[in-house]
Design a protein around this ligand. Structure first.
Ligand code: SF4
Length: 333
């Protein structure tokens, strides 16, 4: 979030981008810039987590993206106000898991209800919350407690949420499989066929983002420019603006199941992608040059984006809920 020069601010104006500065061979994604109220703009950059090249650095891609003349023209002379990061569950309707379990339910974006081509999910989030509330009210009315809200799962699957998301369910998988340009064209054709009730292409299967990462020796490190302190910044000064706070004396909520595997594989084979994919700089490998690498976890900086749980190539990092409601505090975001 930035405060910008009033002369460069046009409330309601929306700018979406696709591709650049990501290289088609490395990854795909896109950016957004929304002119909001109070002289502020919200801007961000999405990097799809099924990238192969472990040297891709989503935070640095965002810094490069801000240097594009169309973005720079809006924020130049402005001031950074806040910073955050989040993984978007955009696998399509076929990736939506079971929605209810004893004592809880998945609602909104946590369940993967975002309509990716429309870049919109608040309407499905609200509807899913309404369906969950109805299921809870019915369960309470029947005198049951601590049970699974099976009615909620069924209600979502027979609602307009399912109908809407089935129309676009191949959009993201097609871009992921065929690349940003060709994939987007195919996704458009598939959506159009589904709209006229001719779903010729069945729901496409997905892979795990963690499985997409390839060995570091197959790639060369990507040379990212240094931050200029005006448009682009470093990670730690950005994390400061997320107002993240955790109790200092709690157990580390980021659990590495096997530290030796982390050393041998995450660092030895994949070149330590956690040091790049984490938007908060939580993970560091120290002592590499001395031949005694140690995995440092700065858990207090975690902004709860869940990327490590998703992208670690060995699924060796488990994100657990921290104590005391800690985490980022995002006013106006
Ligand atoms: S530690 Fe994991 S969940 Fe926390 S900010 Fe980094 S990648 Fe996101």
């Amino acid at each position: 979030m930035w405060d910008v020069d009033p002369a460069r601010h046009f409330p309601g104006r929306v700018l979406h981008t696709q591709g650049w500065p990501l290289s088609e061979s490395d990854s795909w994604g896109g950016g957004f810039l929304y002119h909001q109220a109070n002289g502020q703009v919200a801007l961000g950059f999405v990097t799809a987590l099924d990238y192969k090249n472990p040297y891709v650095y989503p935070f640095e891609e965002f810094q490069r993206w801000k240097q594009h003349p169309a973005i720079r023209a809006v924020i130049e002379g402005g001031r950074r106000v806040s910073y955050g990061a989040r993984a978007i569950n955009e696998g399509g309707w076929q990736s939506v898991p079971r929605l209810a379990f004893p004592g809880g339910a998945l609602i909104g974006c946590s369940a993967g209800f975002v309509n990716v081509p429309r870049i919109k999910g608040s309407h499905t989030a609200m509807k899913s919350a309404m369906l969950a509330a109805e299921a809870v009210a019915k369960a309470i009315g029947e005198g049951s407690s601590h049970t699974e809200l099976a009615d909620y799962d069924a209600a979502v699957r027979s609602s307009w949420i399912a109908r809407e998301l089935k129309l676009v369910q191949n959009a993201q998988p097609m871009v992921s499989k065929f690349g940003g340009e060709f994939g987007t064209m195919l996704a458009g054709i598939d959506m159009w066929l589904r709209q006229i009730r001719l779903p010729l292409i069945p729901a496409m299967k997905h892979h795990w983002d963690s499985e997409a990462t390839m060995r570091a020796d197959l790639f060369r490190p990507i040379p990212y420019p240094k931050p200029d302190g005006v448009i682009s910044f470093d990670r730690l000064s950005s994390v400061f603006l997320s107002n993240t706070n955790h109790e200092e004396d709690q157990p580390v909520h980021l659990v590495v199941k096997d530290l030796e595997l982390q050393r041998a594989s995450e660092l030895g084979v994949f070149g330590g992608p956690s040091t790049r994919y984490c938007p908060a700089g939580v993970y560091e490998w120290v002592g590499v040059e001395e031949g005694d690498p140690k995995f440092v976890i700065n858990a207090q900086n975690c902004v709860h984006c869940k990327t490590c749980d998703i992208k670690d190539p060995n699924q060796n990092i488990v994100w657990t809920t921290p104590e005391g409601g800690g985490g980022p505090n995002y006013p106006n975001m």
